[in-house]
Design a protein around this ligand. Structure first.
Ligand SMILES: *Cc1c(COP(=O)(O)O)cnc(C)c1O
Length: 435
């Protein structure tokens, strides 16, 4: 399959090139040149298929023959080696738990899939590529873990000082090997801006090829569409129309859900649930897209003022504002409402939601489910990753799972930077990447 740049000023590329490049040379995001619906039989038989079969059928048109069937299935089996259960919350609401992977964030699937694709494309050459990534919290850990030890790949992660949780910081600063962490004096948007500048800086990219592992990379973004298929597989028997509420930051996850919908997945409506970073909510009200600096919240992985994937969502609706508004809503909630939702969910059936999941729950409440609809909010992180907020809000902690226990007493290792020039000199002078 060929991918084109949404800025339309760059040549089309293969899947492999899109993965290796990350962003097109014209700074546009890559987008598949076609999306062909899956046959009706796929959805009729989905209950009898396993995760790898479902994922393979859904992704194969995008990867094309660039990764042969056996290898692609092997990659998928490896990536999808944990469960994606739906837990009931109320009679008409369930939560799709996406946190059973190695770093307990939903980004594990995208990060692992991208790492294995890149590893596959690098397997027969001595190519060296540096994955440069900005994180508002969970991307860093998932990417670090996904790429740990992958041949020919070095990872440099930028994260905002004091804006990620202690556990998140540990997950990205304690692995060593090919993983380097840079602690930035600033907010997430500063990290993201520095990363974007580095991609465009020929003095760096001439000597050190860079790629991105943010959801702008197609290999990070697209496999997230599996979640929506797995959710359908589990809830089809209810015979209701499904409304998905997705806690959104860069809008990659929900955008992948819309791709699943284009593949034929029956979905009644998509709700992008956001914290006070409400650029898209305002856009849907006014028709004007006005990005703004991000504001820090307790759902920090969604503190994004200029969601990079929104342009892909517009493309999926052929840039029709009216069509978009029919199938897609976005609602914003502040931290107080989020804490109240965590309490309400807990009081209902004892379930402990993390702040991001709680925002997703609020999205369904605001949407107002009708009789024949079933609402699913995506639980994008395990509550343990936001322990201080959970403890403070619910009055007690949660048991620490083994995946997290592992990093708790390891030494953090990072380099502090505050300007783009410091990043540049780090990338040019840090020698570890050539080994
Ligand atoms: C990244 C992240 C989100 C936002 O996902 P997007 O694809 O960027 O919209 C939500 N919740 C958690 C826990 C995350 O890590």
């Amino acid at each position: 399959m060929q991918f084109y740049s949404l800025n339309k000023q760059a040549p089309n590329v293969s899947y492999a090139e899109a993965v290796v490049k990350g962003l097109a040379p014209d700074r546009g995001l890559y987008f598949p040149e076609s999306i062909t619906p899956l046959p009706a039989s796929f959805f009729e038989n989905i209950e009898n298929m396993d995760k790898v079969e479902i994922a393979y059928e859904a992704i194969k048109q995008f990867v094309g023959d660039e990764i042969p069937e056996v290898d692609l299935k092997e990659i998928l089996a490896d990536v999808l080696s944990f469960d994606f259960p739906i837990e009931p919350i109320t009679d008409n609401i369930g939560t799709l738990e996406l946190f059973h992977g190695p770093t307990m964030a939903f980004k594990d699937v995208g990060a692992r899939f991208m790492a294995r694709c890149l590893g596959y494309f690098n397997k027969d050459n001595d190519g060296h590529v540096t994955v440069l990534v900005a994180t508002s919290g969970d991307t860093g850990g998932a990417v670090a873990r996904g790429f740990l030890g992958v041949k020919g790949v070095d990872v440099v992660i930028l994260y905002p000082n004091g804006k990620v949780s202690d556990i998140q910081e540990r997950q990205l600063t304690t692995l060593g090997q090919n993983i380097k962490a840079l602690r930035v004096d600033g907010v997430f948007d500063d990290c993201q801006d520095m990363v974007k500048s580095a991609f465009l800086d020929g003095e760096i990219t001439d000597v050190r090829p860079l790629t991105s592992a943010n959801s702008i990379n197609v290999a990070r973004w697209m496999p997230q569409l599996f979640y929506f298929l797995f959710a359908y597989q589990q809830t089809k028997k209810l015979g209701k129309e499904i409304v998905f509420s997705v806690p959104s930051g860069n809008f990659g996850n929900i955008c992948a859900g819309i791709v699943a919908n284009k593949l034929g997945l029956p979905v009644k409506h998509f709700v992008a649930a956001v914290n006070v970073n409400d650029t898209v909510v305002n856009y849907l009200e006014t028709g004007k897209y006005e990005p703004k600096p991000s504001t820090a919240t307790i759902s920090n992985a969604m503190d994004v003022g200029n969601p990079s994937n929104f342009i892909r969502i517009q493309q999926l609706f052929d840039n029709s504002f009216e069509d978009l508004k029919k199938d897609f809503s976005s609602y914003s909630f502040n931290d107080d409402a989020t804490r109240e939702a965590m309490k309400e969910i807990k009081a209902g059936n004892g379930y402990i939601a993390d702040p991001h999941g709680a925002v997703g729950y609020l999205g369904l409440k605001e949407y107002g489910l009708s009789e024949n609809e079933y609402g699913i909010f995506l639980e994008t992180a395990h509550p343990v990753k936001f322990l201080p907020v959970v403890e403070e809000t619910l009055g007690h902690g949660v048991a620490i799972p083994p995946q997290i226990e592992e990093v708790m007493d390891k030494e953090k290792s990072y380099t502090s930077i505050s300007t783009y020039d410091e990043l540049k000199s780090y990338l040019l002078n840090e020698t570890g990447y050539k080994n």
